[in-house]
Ligand binder design. Structure first.
Ligand code: ACO
Length: 341
């Protein structure tokens, strides 16, 4: 392994220039709260219907956290599952990067709470990029690995949106669910081409001028002003379709890959109509697009690793295949990650 640290990082990780360091997806895991809430249950509390929710979003049910299923608890379960899947000992964890918009506390970070639960060393911090959080965290982890700073990184997305929803607002409370997903990245090598396994590229974007179309109106840790999610759904939808199409094209171009090279699209799970639209643009048949929004609803930063975990563990996604992940969320933030498993 020591020779890894002596290697120069690949510029962008895509140029062909001898042996380079690559971040390999060694293990993947997820955790969902036990309690399932159906659309019919919600319709008994707010003025909505199963038909409206299914038709506009594709959502049929969501998992909602019990009091003990905190952001840190769910993240720890997902992290343990990812380490077990990788066959990794906790001593291999050099860093924990955790994406969340719903931490249990303003500080310490949820990442260090997970570190303590796991008994890991190294360092840890949280990332705030709303629904794009996992792609942002994956990108930071990849950069740290490729510079040689670390060799093993847990990248986690964990969310308890049920605690920031206004349960009287039918426009938002039907859309979200709780859960956590994690990947364990291990440093390895490649030849710097698209034939390598591991993370081939990440692209991140933000436009803070759009901050008011999707935000939380309160503060973490303020019981008097807990904060609820506020959203202009139509505006978010419009930007999502445009920005995600751009970022998909950007990832393919950076890797000099045709659309046909993509084996799997693992998108952020906000709305089935957005997911179907991107899949069609890529020319991917629906069976090559991983969908969990029907059962998980939108779990924000946890949605991509949860979807990845499901398709990995049920045998759909296999080693050697190319997976494209993309997300857009509050900020606005958006981005992509292209990975060969
Ligand atoms: N049940 C029944 N009726 C509803 C509900 C509901 N749960 N919510 C809204 N309505 C009503 C509205 O009040 C409105 O009624 P009106 O015509 O009498 O005024 C009508 O349905 C249409 O409302 P719109 O908001 O215009 O409905 P739209 O077709 O845009 O669908 C939705 C709303 C599903 C939120 C859609 O805009 C969307 O998916 N946007 C993307 C937002 C998103 O996914 N956000 C997640 C976070 S960001 C991310 O992850 C990308």
């Amino acid at each position: 392994m020591d020779e890894l640290l002596a290697l120069a990082p690949a510029p962008g990780g895509t140029a062909s220039q001898g042996i380079v360091v690559r971040s390999k997806l060694a293990g993947i895991g997820g955790y969902l709260p036990e309690r399932v809430v159906t659309n019919a249950e919600l319709a008994a509390k707010v003025d909505t219907s199963d038909a409206w929710i299914r038709e506009r979003t594709g959502i049929q049910q969501r998992h909602i956290a019990a009091p003990h299923e905190t952001c840190a608890f769910m993240a720890t379960q997902a992290a343990r599952a990812a380490l077990a899947d990788a066959g990794a000992d906790v001593s291999e964890v050099d860093a924990i990067i955790l994406a969340t918009a719903t931490p249990d506390q303003a500080f310490p970070s949820t990442a260090v709470r997970v570190q303590a639960e796991l008994g890991a060393g190294g360092f840890g911090f949280d990332i705030s990029a709303a629904c794009s959080g996992f792609v942002y965290a994956l990108s930071m982890a990849d950069s740290l690995i490729r510079t040689g700073a670390v060799r093993g990184v847990l990248v986690i997305g964990s969310e308890v949106y049920s605690r920031i929803l206004d349960w009287t607002d039918r426009g938002t409370c039907v859309l979200f669910g709780d859960g956590a997903g994690a990947v364990f990245l291990r440093a390895g090598t490649g030849d710097g081409t698209g034939a390598d396994t591991g993370i081939l590229s990440t692209h991140l974007h933000a436009d803070g001028r759009m901050g008011d179309i999707l935000y939380v109106d309160g503060a973490v840790g303020r019981p008097d002003r807990p904060g609820h999610l506020v959203m202009q759904g139509r505006e978010v939808f419009r930007h999502a379709v445009t920005r995600l199409s751009e970022t998909v094209a950007e990832a393919l171009e950076a890797n000099n890959l045709p659309q046909s090279a993509i084996d799997w699209l693992v998108p952020h799970q906000a709305n089935l109509r957005i997911i179907d639209g991107i899949g069609r643009k890529l020319g991917l048949p629906p069976e090559r697009v991983v969908v969990t929004v029907d059962r998980h609803a939108n779990t924000s930063a946890a949605s991509i690793p949860l979807a990845l975990s499901e398709a990995w563990h049920d045998g759909r996604i296999r080693r050697g295949q190319i997976v494209l992940m993309e997300a857009l969320g509050g900020g606005l933030t958006w981005g992509s990650a292209l990975v060969r498993m």
